[in-house]
Design a protein around this ligand. Structure first.
Ligand code: 6CS
Length: 359
């Protein structure tokens, strides 16, 4: 039984703890890793946000949309500095910078993170996703494979993944047509440098080259590589179409990426700022789907005006490449580390379910 004196003491302690919580002191909620929320929700915050592309590219439009929305909603209390590709080093450096806290936020594509988090290579399995982009959008937005097991692997490395999202279908460019596996034989194909992308080109008979994105154009020009894969907007903005004779509408893959933050840094933000940032990322993610589609359409319209020949692969032609790259799924399970099999099986089931629902 509580006496009156004990009751008053309890109330005082209860109110004091509420005041402390309101000030953000000692609150461990929402930090994601049990860290303390140090800021109070009215502090000035500057977010250093890096991405992997050039000005006006899809990632740049995404990060600037995030910047504008956050700065507007907070009347400039939270500001965002945007770092485009190359300003902070090569593609793979960005991930380390995020881990060490040199930057706070990044758009970080799995094609560059496979050596640090092998499970991310699920995104390197060709023909894994659907030909229906609405299906892919839904899976990337919701799949437990990504927000459960895979997210834990990021968290183990001190990173908080917010949303996985897509930047369009992948196309091949080359100086000769690629319509059947025979055409791929011995070709120096450039892909993002993760092991499983290299393995998938080996399975197709090519001689894969994993290089930094900054080197692609010159290597295509000088013959250091014979071809490369990327979404249309990037083939256009990086001028690859100027130094290649053929563009293959192969849709052998989709380009996926992740919006990710340094977990320790994020956990120091006040809960209301964490919520505002998470909500804004979700809004920008939804917005980005249409934005990237428009960017592909604009790019295609420009590429069509150029001398490059566009070849649309038939279903049978695509199937031949699909069959050849099927063993990459087993390779993922073998080299993708703990949880890889579960991630693969869950995402395959989620894609199938979304296809049944949306097709
Ligand atoms: O192929 C690459 O390396 C680049 N492609 C895209 C679409 N974004 C960033 C990445 O560096």
């Amino acid at each position: 039984m509580f006496t009156k004196k004990k009751m008053s003491l309890f109330l005082v302690l209860f109110l004091a703890s509420m005041v402390l919580m309101a000030c953000g002191g000692g609150s461990e909620e929402g930090s994601g890793d049990g860290g303390e929320s140090a800021s109070s929700g009215d502090e000035n915050i500057n977010i250093r946000f890096a991405h992997e592309e050039g000005q006006g590219d899809v990632q740049d439009l995404y990060v600037n949309e995030f910047k504008n929305r956050v700065e507007e909603q907070t009347d400039g209390r939270i500001t965002v500095d945007v770092y485009t590709a190359g300003t902070l080093g090569g593609n793979s450096d960005m991930f380390t910078q995020l881990q060490t806290g040199a930057i706070d936020f990044a758009i970080s594509s799995p094609g560059f993170t496979g050596t640090i988090i092998p499970q991310t290579q699920i995104m390197a399995v060709p023909f894994l996703f659907s030909d229906n982009m609405e299906v892919n959008k839904k899976v990337l937005d919701e799949s437990e494979a990504l927000y459960g097991t895979l997210a834990e692997k990021y968290e183990e490395k001190g990173l908080k993944p917010f949303k996985f999202w897509l930047e369009g279908f992948m196309y091949w460019t080359a100086n000769k047509p690629i319509t059947e596996p025979e055409d791929m034989k011995g070709m120096k194909m450039r892909g993002m440098p993760t092991d499983l992308i290299m393995e998938s080109y080996r399975q197709m008979g090519a001689d894969p080259q994993g290089t930094d994105s900054g080197e692609i154009y010159t290597m295509l020009q000088t013959g250091g590589i014979d071809g490369q894969e990327n979404p249309l907007f990037y083939i256009y903005s990086s001028n690859f179409y100027e130094v290649q004779d053929y563009l293959m509408d192969s849709k052998h893959h989709i380009y996926t990426t992740v919006t990710v933050a340094n977990s320790d840094w994020f956990s120091t933000l006040a809960e209301e700022d964490q919520t505002l940032i998470e909500d804004t990322i979700q809004e920008v993610n939804d917005w980005s789907f249409t934005m990237q589609q428009e960017e592909q359409e604009k790019a295609m319209a420009e590429i069509e005006k150029s001398d490059i020949e566009i070849i649309e692969l038939t279903t049978e032609q695509r199937d031949a490449f699909k069959e050849l790259s099927a063993p990459v799924r087993d390779a993922y399970v073998e080299s993708g580390g703990e949880g890889a099999q579960e991630i693969l099986e869950t995402i395959e089931a989620d894609i199938e379910a979304a296809e049944e629902e949306l097709n």
